[in-house]
Design a protein around this ligand. Sequence first.
Ligand SMILES: [Mn+2]
Length: 235
Amino acid sequence: MKIESKKYSRRFVISDIHGCRNTLVELVNKIGLQFDDALFFLGDYIDRGPDSKGVLDFIINLKKQNYNVFTIRGNHEQDFLEFSEFYDPKVFLQYSKAILKSSDLLKEDGRVKKRFLKLLKKTELYYELEDFILVHAGFNFKNENIYEDITAILNIRGWEFEISRTNGKKIVHGHQPTSYKKISDAISTNAARIPLDNGCVYTKPHKFYDYHKLGQLCCLNLDTMELISQKNIDI
Ligand SMILES: [Mn+2]
């Protein structure tokens, strides 16, 4: 979706919260969000961390208070919506309890609580601003029309970016846990593609990731290119 974003005083982006509600609240306090700012979320609000419900309720409340909040869909929201539709509710309840860690989004009968369904269904696949494109995972540049490959938008990793294909607009994305150094290097070298997911939920030894380099929730100010971060306080 294309939007005019330069009318806002400051434009912030946060990605991959994964159920870490207190970390998110602390980070939003740090930036001192104002009513004339815009705050974009790049998706993966839920699963893995301890409080998916708390994260979604915090975002719902920001919207209710009339903060300018924009929500992009991640693969975890996509999967959650698909599972909730196609699984038997009882099976889905068990699955989200044992595997996803987001059963607090469901009623006792295994159906998704209405306010969460409403929020998740309204998420956008990407936002095209005047100077940036914001997306959860990225785009498949092998496709003639990059906006058509929805699976890639939600899931792609290791993609090559041709900035000529986006009218010179840079891409900010999450989805792929990236060391803090790589994130800040991308910003300071004026890279065309900026990863923002510092794997805030990875605070302990992990089979793929070096948790020493992860574990913070990051916020990028698109106007000053300042990176603000908050160490995980949920896990
Ligand atoms: Mn993801």
